[in-house]
Design a protein. Structure first.
Ligand SMILES: [Zn+2]
Length: 299
């Protein structure tokens, strides 16, 4: 199952206890559904939980049944249909629309006045026209409607609720979308999918940890490269001295340092400083190695 369908399944656990919320949720569904016209209502969904919720939702909100529901064992897309004029009239008048006139849809703010109903409206909109990307792949939540004015007004509603949505057009769909993980978490929590919101938080923490580990590994490797690079240069210098005047030509301290480096070709500067007898500071060891290099260059 996709993350989107997990979210929808979680949203459908809401108990439909208050009628005002059922009306607002049905409103969101209708404004974000495939067809909501005075002649017919057509809702298409692939989500099993939403398909089971729809008939209960419409009974709770309008006390009526769909004229056509998909067969129980239907796989894939399921269609819910209302064409009965009386039923359409009941539904239209619940939102203050004149059922005899085709009109551009607007969000009737009276239906979504209280906080519970705003959340329910957006839940319906998401169930019918929403999707959210798996947080392991990225952060994107969108609501898609076929009505431009509904997109604009939902945007305003979200702003009023403290969200900062963005708008876009894709084909014949008007989109309201979010790209910030924090905003997506907040919105899902508001809609009633707090488990899914937590899933996004967890995915974010995991990604953060993986990035930090990566940075650490890269850093270690860069350091290791630097050590071997410097050590290789020092060993080359020591070999040049051996091939020339010999290590005996070196002052005792530098001779010891040369032998230490030959015996420990991959040690870091600080490890080498600790191995000296007596141990010396890192900068002292650095100074001795530089003297060795200078000596070899002077040959
Ligand atoms: Zn309510």
């Amino acid at each position: 199952m996709s993350f989107s369908s997990d979210v929808k399944t979680e949203l459908c656990r809401d108990g439909l206890s208050r009628r005002c919320c059922a009306v607002a949720e049905a409103y969101g569904v209708l404004l974000y559904a495939n067809t909501f016209s005075p002649r017919q209502i057509r809702i298409l969904t692939e989500n099993e939980a939403f398909a089971q919720r729809l008939p209960r939702l419409f009974r709770r909100a309008f006390a009526l049944d769909f004229d056509q529901t998909p067969p129980e064992d239907r796989e894939g897309k399921k269609t819910f249909l209302i064409t009965d004029r009386d039923k359409l009239r009941t539904i239209f008048s619940a939102f203050g629309y004149d059922p005899d006139r085709a009109l551009a849809h607007h969000v009737n703010l009276a239906v979504v006045e209280s906080d519970c109903d705003r959340a329910a409206f957006l839940r319906g909109a998401f169930l019918a026209g929403g999707s959210v990307t798996d947080p392991a792949r990225g952060y994107h939540l969108e609501l898609a409607t076929g009505h431009e004015s509904v997109c604009r007004e939902t945007h305003a509603l979200l702003l009023d609720m403290g969200f900062e949505p963005k708008d876009a057009v894709r084909g014949r769909s008007w989109l309201t979308y979010f790209k910030k993980s924090d905003a997506i978490e907040d919105l899902l929590t508001t809609l009633g999918a707090s488990l899914s919101a937590m899933g996004i938080m967890e995915a974010k923490v995991e990604k953060h940890m993986a990035n930090a580990m990566n940075r650490l590994t890269n850093c270690d490797m860069a350091n290791a490269d630097k050590v071997t690079d410097a050590a290789a240069q020092q060993l080359a210098a020591i070999r040049a001295i051996e091939a020339g005047p010999g290590l005996d030509a070196l002052p005792p301290v530098l001779q010891e340092t040369a032998l230490l480096r030959i015996a420990n070709p991959s040690c870091s500067l600080s490890d080498l400083a600790q191995l000296a007898f007596p141990p010396v500071s890192k900068s002292c060891m650095n100074h001795r190695l530089r003297k060795l290099m200078e000596f070899s260059r002077s040959l």
